[in-house]
Ligand binder design. Structure first.
Ligand SMILES: Nc1ncnc2c1ncn2[C@@H]1O[C@H](COP(=O)(O)OP(=O)(O)OP(=O)(O)O)[C@@H](O)[C@H]1O
Length: 222
């Protein structure tokens, strides 16, 4: 669960997040939507603890971030461009990142996850030969290996063709018991995948059930 309360974030005199509050529960899949420059990346950086906020609080699974609590195990994050090792195979990349995140590698779990993202057949191919969709699915596999309650994805289908996008949406739809926040500009995929939309505008955030958001968009209210 993510609970943001009265968070403000500024750069110099520019207030990007203005006293915002947002609660995301388990099993919610929430799209983070806003125009370019609305503050989506800033908000994600705050959630990841990469930007110290001067006011307000963020709780992850009921815990505020402190020197002792870093949320490292609670949040898995997939950036828009995830750096993989091109001269290693998909499997070798998985082993590398699995070891880096957990210390030990559970090879059975690696197999399950590579199968779930439909890369088991291609696991021994070098990543430099992967398509954009395959690279993104491998990034997703690395993210899922962490087995965190909360998953944050930055434009997970950006630059991917319609078939590749559908594959990623199917993988995300199969995830159960998580809290997922993903930034997206695609209304069709938001409608297919998300339960809610967090809409950022003029420094404020409003959370809508997805159907309500889609209707407001059609009516031109957003
Ligand atoms: N480190 C920074 N220093 C100064 N200003 C910043 C910094 N990071 C972001 N900003 C400003 O904050 C505002 C929000 O930027 P942010 O990148 O969070 O928007 P965004 O919604 O993610 O945009 P996009 O959709 O283009 O990725 C912008 O005006 C940006 O110029």
């Amino acid at each position: 669960m993510i609970e943001v309360t009265t968070l403000t974030q500024s750069f110099g005199k520019k207030t990007v997040l203005d006293n915002i509050s947002l609660k995301l529960e388990k099993n919610e899949v929430c799209a983070l939507v806003g125009r370019n420059g609305a503050g989506k990346s800033t908000f994600i950086s705050c959630l990841l603890g990469l930007l110290p906020s001067k006011t307000g609080s963020i709780k992850i699974n009921g815990k505020e971030r402190s020197k002792k609590t870093t949320w490292k195990n609670e949040i898995a994050y997939l950036p828009e461009k995830f750096m993989l090792y091109p001269s290693l195979t998909g499997y070798e990349n998985m082993l590398f990142f699995a070891k880096a995140s957990k210390g030990i590698v559970d090879e059975q779990r690696v197999k399950e996850i590579l199968t779930s993202v439909r890369l088991w057949e291609d696991k021994d191919s070098h990543v430099k030969g992967y398509s954009k969709g395959m690279l993104q699915r491998l990034g997703l596999a690395v993210t899922l290996y962490q087995d965190s309650d909360i998953i944050i994805l930055d434009e997970p289908t950006s630059g991917i063709d319609p078939i590749g996008r559908r594959e990623i949406l199917e993988i995300l739809r199969d995830l159960k018991g998580k809290t997922i926040l993903l930034s997206s500009h695609h209304l069709d995929e938001i409608r297919q995948l998300c339960t809610h939309v967090a809409y950022l505008e003029d420094g404020k955030i409003t959370k809508y059930p997805v159907d309500e958001f889609v209707e407001l968009q059609h009516l031109g209210g957003i």
